[in-house]
Design a protein around this ligand. Structure first.
Ligand code: SF4
Length: 452
């Protein structure tokens, strides 16, 4: 196996020209984020102010991928609302009052804007203020937009967290804020490692319960765990907090670099850092190496989707021996991505935004071994004989920090394995397309009711 050594190239892809595309794009809207956010914030309710289409998106996407007591729903805008014949504000007040009387466990309500509410210019900020005054202080009402006109699917989380920041209480304490909605088990692992390093004053945004909401001030330092939190980062900066620049905690190398950047900020000695991280690093390296056998020497093409593309390209090229031919991202946030770009060896095309037909042409010309893309592109590409990985799975699956590094590599190895198994299959092996990736979704179905 020929995995590249972990030493950083001097400036990597930092100076690579970026192909900027502003054509048709194929991504989910920001409402999708509710699927993981509602699991994270256990006393929050996400009320989408939208159409039946929005309700169907949530119901079908969430129905396939989660099992949970529903804490999201859709206040449906009917034709009379859209035509301005009804007072949507009055109806919204009624819906929220009904919801809160039925669900005393709810402490935060997020009013989530959608395409229809944007188009009719329903003022959800005013509604949130009014409802906060009505139901506060016990209940907090916050608004943000998940509209497909304005957001791609991971931007929903960014918009949600950014909307929370102005309402966070103030503190003068020097504290670390870990920012990004991680699965609880992964968050616990990260907090345990930080505790072993001697960093105990750690808060998390978003908190699991409203009573654990972090405070913030000019002595707060924060570390992002997700690369798509540009607006949240800007909102935290406006409150005087300072970002710790680091690669993102994907893979052994990214996790070590992230932890070390935090450790340095809190004066942790290198020897102590090495002692604490030695065993989990070794486990992560071994787990990645097992999967890298299948990935090494293969090429990967990233269509822009989740904004995870650049850190994942760094992981795949440096820890798994893959070659990136194109790294597409919906937005390239230079500041946040600088430590990542510096680690990626020059070579791949960088593209920002999307013009889907042009990008498909480039992928067809490159014939990568693996294309990472949205659901809408996966089946057509599979039908053309290209192996694909659904980008959305990378957001739904625990992939951060040491103990998940092997699983992260496995996510990319699985479609390649599947393809090679099919190649040798007596029926599919004739070059016929598999026609889809049902096994990729875990084959789960758990329809949920929309709860309003
Ligand atoms: S917010 Fe817009 S893109 Fe998203 S489901 Fe609703 S109508 Fe569709």
């Amino acid at each position: 196996m020929n995995v590249r050594p972990g030493n950083a190239p001097l400036s990597g892809c930092a100076d690579t020209p970026v192909l900027k595309e502003r054509g048709q794009h194929e991504v989910f809207c920001g409402l999708t984020g509710i699927i993981w956010l509602h699991r994270k914030m256990q006393d929050a309710f996400f009320l989408v102010v939208g159409s039946r289409t929005c309700a169907h998106l949530l119901q079908s996407a969430a129905g396939v991928m989660i099992f949970a007591e529903p804490r999201f729903g859709t206040a449906i805008l009917e034709e009379k609302d859209l035509a301005g014949l009804a007072d949507a504000h009055e109806e919204l007040d009624r819906e929220v009052a009904k919801l809160l009387s039925r669900r005393p466990d709810i402490r935060q309500v997020f009013l989530v804007g959608s395409c229809p509410s944007e188009v009719i210019k329903l003022d959800l900020a005013r509604a949130a203020e009014r409802l906060s005054a009505l139901h506060g202080p016990r209940i907090r009402v916050i608004n943000y937009s998940g509209s497909g006109i304005e957001t791609t699917f991971t931007q929903g989380e960014d918009a949600c967290l950014a909307a929370m920041v102005p309402g966070l209480p103030a503190t003068e304490a020097k504290e670390l804020l870990v920012v990004g909605a991680l699965p609880d088990v992964v968050e616990d692992q990260a907090l345990s490692l930080l505790g072993q390093l001697g960093i105990d004053t750690v808060r998390v945004l978003p908190a699991r319960h409203v009573d654990e909401t972090p405070a913030i001030g000019t002595h707060t330092v924060y570390a992002l765990t997700q690369p798509f939190l540009g607006d949240t980062s800007a909102a935290l900066d406006r409150r005087g907090a300072r970002r710790i620049a680091a690669p993102f905690p994907f893979g052994e190398e990214g996790t070590t670099a992230w932890l070390w950047a935090v450790a340095q900020e809190f004066g942790v000695a290198r020897e102590h850092f090495d002692r604490v991280t030695e065993a989990p690093r070794a486990r992560a390296k071994a787990a990645v190496a097992r999967r890298a056998e299948q990935l090494c020497g293969k090429s990967v093409f990233f269509f822009p989707d989740s904004q995870l593309e650049i850190p994942l390209a760094r992981f795949l090229t440096r820890e798994c021996g893959m070659t990136a031919v194109e790294i597409g991202t919906p937005f390239l946030h230079r500041d946040l991505m600088a430590p990542e770009l510096a680690l990626i060896a020059p070579g791949p095309r960088l593209s920002e935004g999307q013009d889907v037909d042009l990008q498909l042409d480039r992928a067809r010309a490159d014939r990568p071994d693996l294309s990472v893309c949205g659901l809408g592109l996966a089946n057509p590409l599979e039908a053309e004989g290209l192996a694909t990985k659904w980008a959305i799975e990378l957001v739904f699956t625990p992939v951060h920090f040491y103990e998940q590094a092997g699983d992260l590599a496995e996510l990319f190895a699985r479609p390649l394995n599947r393809r090679s198994l099919l190649k040798n299959h007596p029926f599919f092996g004739s070059g016929k397309s598999s026609g889809g990736s049902l096994e990729e979704a875990g084959g789960q179905t758990a329809p949920l009711k929309v709860a309003t």
